[in-house]
Ligand binder design. Structure first.
Ligand code: AMP
Length: 399
């Protein structure tokens, strides 16, 4: 069976086609600027040159139509007809408390995705648009929703509740949900394989360090805690997000800067983090470069970034009562060996000792811990699309 994986954002559609007989990727691509003048489709068929198509497209349905045309194109397509696609898997950011697993989309699933618009206003509406556009164009195949929040649903109240009046949880569903679940799921399972231990017997700390960043503590196959919370704003210092702050800062700065709620949301989500602190960029590569050329604000921004991650490692080792391995993944985690080295510096008391030579790798699955490190340190490139394709395939087979 061939599976189409779709990740629809507010103005973009990412896609991949998998052949599930060997899990190979037949093609992948991105439609950017959907609904904005200057729409571009970049399509990369396996073993062939990339194709770029420029054509203004008003909405996701038109965007998906173009993707399907490209997929069956005799010259650069990857399938002969759409009938070859047996199922479609959709990335959905928020499944609330309803879904701890991927599900076949029906009216109820769409209702839950819609009910979560309130708590994921930037992500769930375009995710649902993507599902509806694909359903309209491919009505006869199962569509599967794979949620970013699902993997974290094993958290206990002790870790997902905030110390607020209880009605905030009961009435308004304010609690820790956690995100990047598909990535934490994938790399933690690969880590157990690399440890040579059953997943259900491992203590794993995963570090998804990209432009958005989160960590998770996993014990006996269950998420114990994760750093993103009610929204993806909590936790680590990110490209443009503040991560953890004293909530009183929000009221204080709203008053000082005369910001309304929406402006404040923008301030903490888009103008803060490494961009706000360094004043250089949200891209860690730029900040590392500026720091090495003597930019002091870039240097201190990096210190704040490393410290926050170290703090979470300590927190999670305490909550897991030990740790078999740390797993670094996503753009920074997979490629930034200098960042990995700084994070692991002076953690030998916790049994974490990195081998600086082994660590000089980018984007490869490898153990970079020193021989005598009690805790293994893995670099594992994440593969969220493969998890979506597998879940979609398994649910479609069972239909
Ligand atoms: P992602 O969101 O997973 O695509 O990751 C994007 C982030 O990875 C950006 O902040 C990049 O600067 C960062 N990144 C990519 N390569 C490197 C590298 N070699 N060193 C440090 N950061 C990197």
């Amino acid at each position: 069976m061939k599976v189409l994986v779709v990740n629809a954002g507010s103005s973009s559609i990412k896609y991949q086609v998998f052949d599930m007989t060997d899990e190979s990727v037949l093609a992948k691509g991105l439609v950017d600027r959907v609904g904005i003048p200057g729409t571009t489709l970049e399509h990369k068929p396996a073993g062939k040159d990339e194709v770029v198509i420029k054509k203004d497209l008003p909405d996701h349905t038109e965007g998906m139509k173009l993707v399907l045309e490209v997929l069956v194109n005799p010259e650069y397509g990857c399938i002969k007809s759409m009938d070859e696609i047996g199922a479609v898997g959709h990335r959905v950011v928020h499944g609330g408390e309803e879904f701890a697993k991927s599900v076949v989309v029906d009216d109820y699933v769409k209702k839950v995705i819609r009910d979560c618009f309130d708590i994921a206003p930037l992500h769930n509406p375009p995710n649902l648009m993507g599902i509806e556009a694909c359903q309209a164009l491919m009505p006869n195949v199962p569509h599967v929703a794979v949620f970013d929040t699902a993997f974290h649903q094993t958290m206990e109240p002790a870790n997902f509740l905030y110390a607020l009046p209880y009605e905030a949880y009961e009435k308004y569903k304010v609690r820790r949900y956690g995100f990047h679940g598909t990535s934490h799921f994938y790399v933690s399972h690969r880590a157990a394989e690399m440890l040579g231990k059953p997943y259900e017997q491992c203590k794993i700390i995963t570090l998804h360090l990209g432009n958005g960043a989160s960590m998770a503590a996993i014990k006996d196959g269950k998420v114990v805690d994760t750093s993103m919370g009610f929204t993806p704003l909590e936790g680590l210092v990110m490209g443009t997000r503040s991560g953890d702050i004293d909530p009183a800062i929000v009221f204080f700065l709203m008053e000082k800067l005369n910001m309304n709620a929406q402006e404040a949301n923008n301030y903490f989500n888009k103008k803060s983090g490494m961009l706000g602190l360094s004043g250089v960029s949200n891209d860690l590569r730029d900040i590392l470069e500026a720091a090495s050329s003597g930019n002091e604000r870039a240097q201190v921004a990096l210190e704040v970034y490393y410290n926050r991650v170290k703090g979470y490692i300590g927190n999670y080792i305490a909550k897991l009562n030990g740790c078999d391995c740390l797993v670094f993944t996503a753009g920074v985690g997979e490629n930034g060996y200098d960042v990995r080295e700084k994070i692991c510096e002076n953690l030998d008391y916790l049994g974490i000792k990195l081998d600086p030579e082994k660590n000089k790798v980018r984007g490869k699955e490898v153990d970079v811990a020193a021989e005598d490190s009690k805790v293994r340190i893995f670099v594992i490139p994440t593969n969220e699309e493969l998890v979506i394709a597998r879940d979609t395939y398994n649910l479609a087979k069972a239909q």
